[in-house]
Design a protein around this ligand. Sequence first.
Ligand SMILES: C[S@@+](CC[C@H](N)C(=O)[O-])C[C@H]1O[C@@H](n2cnc3c(N)ncnc32)[C@H](O)[C@@H]1O
Length: 383
Amino acid sequence: MTAEFQSATENQALKDVIISSIERRNGISFRDFMQITLYHPQLGYYSSVGEKMGPRGDYMTSPELSPIFATLVGRQLREMWQSIGEPTLFQIVECGAGTGSLCRDILWWASAAAPEFHATIHYTIVETSSAMVAHQRSMLAADSHHSKVDWKLEVPDDVTGCILSNELLDSFAIHRVMMKNGSLAEIFVRWSSEAFVEELRPIEIGDVSRYFDRLGLSPGEGCTAEVNLQALDWMRKAGEALRRGFVMTFDYGYEASDLFAPWRTDGTLMCFYRHNPSSDPYARIGRQDMTTHIDFTSLITAGEDADLTTVGLTSQNEFLERLGIQDALSPPAEGTDLEAYYARRGQINELLDPAGLGRVKVLVQSKATSNTPLAGFHGGTDA
Ligand SMILES: C[S@@+](CC[C@H](N)C(=O)[O-])C[C@H]1O[C@@H](n2cnc3c(N)ncnc32)[C@H](O)[C@@H]1O
C-alpha cells in the first residue's frame, strides 16, 4: 500500500491521537472514541477540509439532493410565522448547517415566493465545525441574502421563530451499551498492538444507567443499543432558548419501543464513506462519517422537560406530501426541458423514498403558540 493511498483512506495523525488517549486513560468509552474521531478540533472528520455531504461526499442529505426540500420547509416556516401572528422579526436558527444549502435555498424561496415573510427573517447558523463555517460563509458570500445570516456556536437566548435541524442529532457521539447476563454494560475501546478492540465495562455515568429506567424498557439480552445523551441535552437547551415558536427536527430514528426492539440486536450505528455503508467504526479513521438513529420517545420527553409541546411526529415522505411536493410533479407542458423535468422527478422520488430519505422523521414541538394545526401534519398550505 502506498503512503498516498493510506492517507486517502485513514487519518494517521488522528489515529495516533486516539491511541495515545486510550493508553493514557487505560481505555476510552465508545462515546469518547466517536467524539474524537468526528469532532477533534483539528483532525476530526467534521474539522477536516473535503466534501462530506452531497454527491461528491460520503452521504446524501435532503438539502443537498434538491432545493425542493427547502421550498417545502420554507412553506412550513411561513405557516409557523403566520400562526404566531406574523411578528416583524422571525428568527430561523439552523443548527448543524453542513454546506449551508438549506439556508441559501430557504432564503431564495422566501424572497421569490413569500416576500412579506422574507422581510421578517433573520437566519442564524449554529455550527461547531470551523471548516463547515468557512464553507458556509464562502457559499453565502456570493448570495444577495447573506446580510440576513449570522453565525453562532450555540443557540441564542430568547428565540422567537423556529429552531431547525436536519440530520444533526444523529451525528452526535453516543454511548454504546450491551445487555449481558441481565445487566447493562458499556462498550469501551482499547488498542491491542495492531487493532482497536472493544471490551465491556460497568456503566459509570448515572444518566446512561437511568436512561432505560425512564423509558420503562431495556434492550434484549445480548443486544447492543445506543444512548444519545447529547441529543437530549441539545433538545432541553433548544427548548429553554425558545421564547415563542417551534423546534423542527429532521432525523433518522424511531420511537423507543421500535428502536430498542429485541430483534434489533446490533443497534443502529452505521458508517459512510463515499456513499458506501459499513458497520465498522474502526475502519477509515477520520475519513468516514458515523451516525446512529434517534430515540424520538426520549427526545420528546426532553422537550417536555423544557416546556415544549409536541405538535407532531411523522415521516418526511408524509410531511412533504402534505406540504404539496406533488405540485412539482405536474406533467410536463409542451416545450418543457424534458431532461430537467425527469431529473426533478428523480429528486422528488428520492426525497420521498420510504426506504431512503423519505423515512427520516420530522418532529415539531412548540412553545407559547396557539394550537393551530400545521400543514406538514394535516395538509393544506398555499404554494
Ligand atoms: C450530518 S451533518 C448534516 C448537515 C446538514 N444539516 C445537512 O443536512 O446536509 C451534521 C452537521 O452538524 C454539525 N455539528 C455537529 N455537532 C454540532 C453541534 N453540537 N452544534 C452545531 N453543529 C454541529 C457538523 O459540523 C455538520 O455540519
